[in-house]
Write a protein of this length. Sequence first.
Length: 169
Amino acid sequence: MTLNIDISNPSGDWSMVEDAGIRSAACAAWSAASDDDEEGEVSIVLADDAFIQDLNARFRAKNAPTNVLSFPLLDFENGFSGRNPGEARHLGDIVLALTTIAREAEAQDKTLSDHVRHLVVHGFLHLLGWDHEAEPAAIEMEALEVEILAGLDIANPYEAAAKPYEAVV
């Protein structure tokens, strides 16, 4: 299973977060949640709050920043992924907002790197069709996130001792 990752930074100073950590989180999610041997491709956008607020307003009618947004390319009912046979399956885009994520990490007493990697995993699972709107699906998605994060040596962010946050995608 191969995953091609394109990381772009249109806004915000992300110099304190290593691309290698972002890539490892995406690869771990792809490996754990994908059941095919195809080559995959994902775009991860490192942005500031203004950038993500604009996207959130345009695509979700919520005029506020959020920590992560996912834009899946796959139509889960029809299987369309916008690719030609033999090409890597482009999964979609994950957009992260630096200021919101940094504020959450500090409030939850987490490292910025761990919180970013958690949100990459969370956003990536959305690209693969996972959802947390209904409780049974949320429990499954959360369990998979915790398993993936453990493989990255990241503590369970959902433990009772952890400070809760809302990952909105």
